[in-house]
Design a protein around this ligand. Structure first.
Ligand code: CIR
Length: 253
């Protein structure tokens, strides 16, 4: 059960954010409207949302999920793999310092983007990606072990982040696409296979028995509804242009 979320407003410089998507330049005003709707969807799922101000110094800073992992026992400030994103952590560290759990942090030479971390109960799957290095998964493992939480490293071959292609929907249900459908690490979950032509929707977000699904992916949405979840469609097309998915836009805890 989550009760809170933290988001960060997109800045005008988001149009200069890192991207490999090839979908064109984001429309900043549309991104702001979509961000408003995203916040409303979080609130509709029962969360109280803290909204951090935009920061023009960091084009990708609206993708706040990458900068911090919040667990029921502790928060971990990350050390983002992209150098242009490293400075994003000061604002998130300030935002989580009073949430009521100890705050830890990942240190040089480790790198870790929390978009690579998928929480399933007390077990945290961590993608070894271009952003998260082995030292990062090791350090996270040492930190989480203190709180009785475990880490399972998952080497990635093509995805930006682990959660680009995976979403845990509780009840042992795991939404997955591509390489993750056949990985032994996930064989004990109830895999819900997302079609390749809807791969972007593999990044959906479970919140208190509702699931936020990116707008425009009807097959995935129907599959999730057939499992008994209520869904909310949220259009995040402008963030997709920067390789960002639904989960990247918030911390939920
Ligand atoms: C980046 O490349 O870092 C941003 N443009 C997108 C980050 C997306 N975050 C995520 O998937 N967790």
């Amino acid at each position: 059960m989550f009760t809170k979320a933290i988001v960060k407003r997109p800045c005008k410089n988001m149009v200069k954010g890192i991207t490999t998507a090839g979908l064109g330049r984001p429309d900043y005003n549309l991104a702001l409207d979509q961000h408003d709707n995203y916040i409303e969807a979080l609130e509709a799922c029962g969360l109280s949302v803290t909204i951090l101000e935009a920061d023009e110094e960091f084009p990708d800073s609206t993708f706040i999920e990458d900068t911090c992992l919040v667990t029921p026992a502790c928060a971990v400030i990350t050390r983002p793999g992209a150098e242009t994103r490293r400075g994003e952590i000061s604002a998130v560290a300030e935002a989580v310092k009073n949430i009521g759990v100890p705050v830890e942090s990942i240190q040089d030479p480790s790198t870790l983007d929390a978009g690579d971390i998928m929480m399933t109960g007390n077990q945290y799957y961590v993608g070894l990606s271009d952003r998260t290095n082995p030292a990062g998964t090791d350090q996270l493992g040492i930190i989480l072990e203190k709180y009785g939480l475990g880490v399972v490293p998952v080497p990635l071959s093509s995805m930006l982040h682990l959660k680009t292609g995976l979403s845990f929907l509780e009840h042992n249900n795991l939404l997955a696409v591509g390489e993750f459908l056949t990985r032994q690490e996930f064989r004990n979950f109830n895999l819900m296979a997302v079609d390749e032509d809807e791969a972007y929707a593999a990044n959906s977000v479970w919140i208190n028995e509702r699931v936020m699904v990116p707008a425009g992916f009807p097959k995935t949405r129907e599959m999730i509804e057939k499992k008994g979840y209520e869904t909310l469609g949220v259009d995040v097309s402008e963030f997709r242009k920067l390789d960002g998915g639904l989960s990247c836009l918030s911390l939920r805890f």
